[in-house]
Design a protein around this ligand. Sequence first.
Ligand SMILES: [Cu+2]
Length: 500
Amino acid sequence: MDRRRFLKGSLATAAATTLLPLATQSTRADPGDRPSLPLPNLIDVKKSGRLDLVAQHGNHSFASGNPSATLGYNQDYLGPVVRARRGQDVAVRLLNDLQEPMATHWHGLLVPGEADGGPHQAIRPGGVWEPVLSIDQPPSTAWFHAHTHPHTARQVYAGLAGVFQIDDGRDDERGLPHQHGVDDFTLIIQDRRFDQLGRLEYRLGMFDRMHGFQGDHILVNGAHYPRARMPRSVVRLRLLNGSNARIYHLRFDDGRPMHVIASDSGYWPQPVAADELRLAPGERIEVLVDFRDGHDARLVTGPDQNQGGPGMMGMMSGLRSFTSSVLEGDTPVLTFHPGSKKAAIDQLPETIDDELPAPPTAFARRRHLTLDMMLGGMPMMGGMMGGSGGPTMGINGQPFDMQRINAEVGLGATEHWTIESNMLMHPFHIHGVRFRVLADELGRTPRLENRGYKDTVLVDGRAEIAVEFTQPASRETPFMYHCHILEHEDAGMMGHFSVS
Ligand SMILES: [Cu+2]
């Protein structure tokens, strides 16, 4: 069935009037009434070389005031922004103070498998994990989050996510803002659902299991549609899609451009202006935005377009009525209110960093991975009406198996990987590497967001990537590759490989 016609039908009306009262009200509200943008606590480890983290249970009140049971690192919900220096060792002490096992992965850090924090390194309740992170990679915005198979989706949703920034001390030379919370804003964008008492809700229907869980409220750093105060200057936004499944299409409602300065794994040579940016789960993109005019502006997102082909829609459209995740048109994400002060940086730099090398053309080997939505037939009949049976997903026809290594890669090799998606677009992430996107969307030249070095790419039909394997990983602590729609990952759309 045609999606638009379907949504304009009675179900969409019912959803808008009965399921979305909070969202509807607050979208119309005067931006002046919005909560302040929460500023994540900054832990600068450049001097100490030590990072103490506690994964803990929390109680956090979202907009309505009713407390929700949450998880966080060192706090009730989400975690700090960690800043480390290129070239240093960071001694981590991570205590799992939860009632359940938990693994924490450093998404974007180029560290060996033994420090990577995949599901093989789950920490028992009360246990401590003490990896040493040797930071030796270009400046970038990485992050860390739960990676506990098969509970990643629920644990991240409850709040187990923080940010890890690598700094080389040269941002002044580059003319880039870097004052945390002053002219440099870390923005963790996540969608969430709330029950009638305003408490965080995570209940998976079959639609959620197939598409990944989407919420009808878009939060930034844990606040719903907040308001940021910043100087009347050029400011830096570090955008992280920390959502389980939603893909954002971000733009400013007054049309002001975003000047992209970095993708997942590092800086671009020059800022590149964009009117709209697509950001899939797991991806980061850094932009400069010019607020020298002093005018308020809103960052909005278009609807998630990951609906699949006609077959997927026909099969799933009836199930959509069980969800409240439909967001049509533009949804406000964050409103900006420039003050009267200026910041130290008040112009756009012309160049930022060295030119990127040409993408590799010689490869040690080629691999082909197909991201499979359904293994073993239709899951619907058994699991649709609330049973525990969800779909089994996989890669190359096989669901993730903790006991079976999928690939062995040579240390120092550059490989050519072709990834094919079926039914939906899937954000594909590889641990312990950075890669260049050679082609995306069925072989076309990469779109703007896929320039530069990346560790996560949204596969729309087919993507080809050149992957550099510079970090070792044993068979006991291998690296993972997986879909970053977290419900897909938990359903088995994941594999693991050694590098030696
Ligand atoms: Cu997926």
